[in-house]
Write a protein that binds this ligand. Structure first.
Ligand SMILES: Cc1ncc(COP(=O)(O)O)c(C=O)c1O
Length: 413
């Protein structure tokens, strides 16, 4: 896409005739989704482990809080685009108690319609045409698409893990330095996300100190997507904002979707650097009127009430991760242990690797009725992998592994 006036055909024939849409890379998951629909229509008992869409309902006390306020006409008006005071305060309290981070709920917290919306509009707010953003690959797709939508450029760097499930900090930060020194115009921002979707990699304690220092030295804004803040199985994942002075250059996105099983409610936050929070607040004030108020009230309640439900959800995903990896192991598919998130990031068995992750996912679905996400959908570095989302009970995950085991045995004969 360029700044030149549109030369799109008149009248437009397809969505792709609009240059911004035409410039988007193909949506890799569309093919698997189409295959899935076809299988379901053919009467197959499909086990869908494709999208990271939580199956555990929202905890009862949160639903109740919403229901109590839903009938009150005072809450049926437009709400505040940047989020009601009580919810911004609840988020500030959450950061104080959880991470020892002080946030001014007026200038350093904005409520978003989920982290996905927040990241997309933050990019639109802070990027100029042609600005580049460093995004480690593989990545959650919106990390790249949000940059493309904003007419920025993605500067992709490879992300590699070690045997313990941590990102290799030295390699990642060296790649960031290299991208800064060897590209022009110099990148404007670095977008990180740990614990990571799809790779499940975690950041070492101390990683963000180093990342903030690298960003400062290279005049990069740092954006951290913390959607899996509560899903470290062995230790609490670190917040970038706990690094002294991080607020001068960094924001963090927190999401209610996974921690409180509120994916459909659409509540997230952008917190930290007041300039970036202010830019996002401003652009949102033009674009939306805020989330339905009873939902915001319930989200504030979720953050302030006992946090046992969060621990229970984490334990459920830990149990599922173990159940699936053990069952796949028994089925002949060796996988490293999972230490975080709600996914299993699985290297494709050697004898299928040649066909590529897209073809492998389609073959697996056709043969077993199990839906997985092809790794290439998360960027070129995701090739050679598929991702299982842990959104079915353990018994169903074991059933998926049994079917896959049968497929692997048949293929070996
Ligand atoms: C890394 C990451 N960020 C953001 C999101 C979306 O969060 P939300 O539901 O708050 O938009 C997801 C959802 O899967 C995710 O994996």
């Amino acid at each position: 896409m360029s700044d030149a006036p549109s030369t799109a055909p008149w009248p437009p024939r397809t969505a792709a005739d609009f240059p911004r849409i035409g410039a988007l890379p193909a949506y890799v998951f569309a093919q698997v989704n189409a295959d899935k629909r076809e299988r379901i229509e053919a009467g197959v008992d499909v086990i869908d482990l494709g999208m990271g869409n939580p199956d555990l309902g929202t905890p009862e006390h949160i639903v109740q809080e919403m229901v109590e306020h839903a009938a009150d006409p005072r809450h049926h008006r437009y709400s505040a685009s940047r989020g009601i005071y009580g919810l911004r305060e609840a988020m500030a309290e959450h950061y104080r108690t959880r991470y020892g981070v002080e946030l001014d709920s007026e200038t350093e917290v904005v409520v978003t319609i989920g982290a996905k919306e927040g990241i997309s509009h933050l990019m639109l707010a802070i990027l100029q045409t042609g600005d580049s953003v460093i995004v480690p690959s593989p990545a959650y797709p919106i990390h790249s698409y949000s940059v493309v939508f904003s007419q920025g450029r993605v500067r992709s760097i490879p992300m590699v893990g070690d045997d313990e499930g941590y990102v290799q900090d030295d390699a990642l930060l060296a790649a960031v330095e290299d991208a800064c020194q060897n590209s022009w115009p110099r990148p404007r921002a670095l977008l990180l996300s740990f614990p990571n979707n799809p790779t499940t990699l975690q950041a070492h304690p101390g990683f963000f100190e180093r990342a903030v220092e690298v960003c400062r030295r290279n005049q990069l804004l740092l954006i951290h997507d913390f959607a899996y803040a509560d899903f470290g199985f062995d230790e609490d994942p670190p917040s970038v904002l706990a690094v002294p002075g991080a607020k001068e250059i960094a924001v963090e996105f927190f999401s209610m979707s996974k921690s409180y099983c509120m994916a459909g409610w659409r509540v997230g936050f952008c917190v930290g650097n007041p300039a970036m929070v202010g830019a996002l607040t401003k652009i949102k004030s033009y674009l939306d009127y805020g989330i339905f108020q009873p939902i915001q009230i319930a989200a504030a309640h979720a953050l302030r009430a006992g946090q046992e439900c969060v621990a229970e959800t984490r334990e459920t995903y830990r149990g599922r991760a173990r159940a699936l990896t053990e069952a796949l192991h028994a089925a002949g598919w060796e996988l490293p242990p999972v230490h975080a998130t709600m996914f299993v990031w699985a290297p494709i068995p050697a004898r299928f690797r040649e066909m590529g992750s897209m073809e492998f996912a389609r073959t697996l679905l056709a043969a077993t009725g199990v839906v997985v996400s092809p790794g290439v959908g998360f960027g070129r570095e995701g090739e050679g992998y598929v991702r299982f989302a842990l959104i079915e009970p353990e018994a169903r995950l074991r059933e998926a592994a049994v079917r896959i085991g049968r497929f692997l045995r048949d293929a070996a004969e």
